[in-house]
Design a protein around this ligand. Structure first.
Ligand SMILES: Nc1ncnc2c1ncn2[C@@H]1O[C@H](COP(=O)(O)OP(=O)(O)OP(=O)(O)O)[C@@H](O)[C@H]1O
Length: 257
């Protein structure tokens, strides 16, 4: 590793360590399922959690989980070979999601959201089946703030993502240890690490989610004027001033007598 590569590796690892500490993401005895899609983010997540595990005073175990949704051309074998090489135990689950979505999707409904919902359900089930109390997902800082903006611009709600939350199944704790890591750190890291990134091969791969693309573009424009705009938006999520919002339920909580 060159000095520059080493610095990037340490910066990402420190960011993950900080998130773990700030949000109590990992505790003694945890068995964590790491959702690995074959994309740069979840490969990075797995590498960081495994590097930290080897030195952590807290004992925890990892299991990598990959869902093969059945899209023709999806190279689950490439992911499996990589996971095998990392030494982390893993499981690849083949599903018939492609068939289900093709048959059941109503015209106009979002392909990505149905696909993500189906995958999430299987990930929760598998985590429980394999005795994992937590599920780690590869969402990073940009995902958090793009979601924050999307919800404000298009949904009318003030919410982003949770770094730690109890899943709908009431049993699995979902964690997002890359919350402090920017996508522009992950891209060169994935390249320098030689991760075998594979395409999900779904029919809308790379063309979907135009609103998210719009947010990315907007943030890139703003960043040219203010290079710390993304960090500022992330800080805003940790610095909520309920008295200066319009939510009437919150107003009752903070009501001035
Ligand atoms: N097929 C899959 N198998 C296992 N986990 C998945 C799969 N698809 C998505 N995930 C999990 O959900 C997270 C968010 O999914 P999304 O499709 O938004 O991926 P992404 O932002 O492109 O990230 P990545 O680079 O890891 O694919 C991923 O980082 C990963 O942890």
């Amino acid at each position: 590793m060159t000095a520059v590569e080493e610095r990037l590796y340490k910066r990402i690892k420190n960011g993950v360590g900080r998130a773990i500490a700030d949000f109590n993401l990992i505790e003694e005895g945890d068995r964590i399922a790491v959702a690995v899609s074959g994309g740069k983010d979840s490969y990075t997540l797995l590498q960081m959690l495994e590097a930290l595990r080897r030195r952590a005073p807290v004992k925890y175990e990892l299991l990598a989980l990959t869902i093969d949704s059945g899209y023709p051309g999806f190279r689950a074998d490439i992911i499996a070979a990589h996971l095998q090489a990392t030494g982390v135990p893993y499981h690849v689950e083949k599903t018939n999601h492609f068939e289900i979505i093709t048959e059941k999707r109503r015209p106009g409904s979002s392909y990505c959201s149905i696909c993500a919902r189906l995958k999430r359900g299987v990930l929760y089930t598998l985590a429980q089946q394999f005795g994992c109390n937590k599920l780690a997902l590869g969402h990073h800082l940009d995902d958090f703030i793009e979601t924050l903006l999307l919800n404000q611009f298009y949904v009318g709600s003030l919410k982003a993502m949770a770094p730690r939350m109890l899943a709908d199944n009431g049993a699995t704790v979902v964690i997002r240890p890359l919350v402090y890591v920017e996508e522009q750190e992950i891209i060169p890291f994935a390249q320098q690490s030689g991760f075998p990134v594979v395409c999900c091969c779904c029919p809308v791969c790379g063309t979907a989610d135009l609103q998210r693309q719009r947010m990315k573009k907007l943030l890139a424009e703003l960043e040219r004027e203010n290079p710390s705009v993304k960090r500022s938006l992330l800080r805003a999520l940790a610095n909520v001033q309920p008295r200066h919002l319009l939510d009437r339920e919150l107003q009752q909580v903070c009501a001035v007598p």
